[in-house]
Design a binder for this molecule. Structure first.
Ligand SMILES: Nc1nc2c([nH]c(=O)n2[C@@H]2O[C@H](COP(=O)(O)OP(=O)(O)OP(=O)(O)O)[C@@H](O)[C@H]2O)c(=O)[nH]1
Length: 128
């Protein structure tokens, strides 16, 4: 089974990261907290996909984007490969869902998709 390539943004401000909560009525992973992002379209580079998703989801363009980690996870019914980018820059994020800024320690206590389990540790070690 081929993996869904999903590009996600670890948006950092003052040591905290932006998470949004999935729709409580979503068919998959309802009400879990996740990083903004989504699937790359055919022919799209991961960074271009990420920038497009951030614009669509949050109406926001990052000033700096750097690859941080890749996490593969098998959910059984499907596999994902999360490509995580560290994103920084000013400006308002126009989030339509519940959202917040969390330290890696706080993040570790939130309900998140299984693929995200190791992320708090990775984000805690992200280059300054
Ligand atoms: N955006 C995002 N997706 C994640 C994260 N962790 C994780 O397992 N995923 C999964 O990766 C896929 C992302 O694809 P998508 O963003 O285009 O899909 P979607 O929210 O419309 O959800 P759906 O296709 O599951 O209904 C989803 O299956 C999502 O649950 C994360 O931190 N952020």
């Amino acid at each position: 089974m081929s993996a869904l390539r999903v590009c996600v943004a670890a948006i950092r401000r003052e040591g905290r990261f932006f998470l949004q909560r999935r729709d409580p009525l979503a068919a998959r992973f309802p009400a879990l907290w996740e990083l903004p992002g989504g699937k790359a379209e055919p022919g799209e580079t991961p960074e271009a996909a990420l920038r497009r998703e951030l614009q669509e989801e949050l109406g926001w363009a990052p000033e700096r984007v750097a690859p941080l980690a890749t996490v593969a996870h098998d959910y059984g019914a499907f596999r994902v490969e999360l490509q995580v980018f560290l994103c920084e820059g000013p400006g308002t994020l126009h989030a339509p869902l519940a959202w917040g800024w969390f330290t890696p320690g706080e993040m570790a206590r939130l309900p998140m998709p299984e693929a995200n389990r190791g992320l708090p540790e990775t984000l805690a070690c992200a280059p300054r």
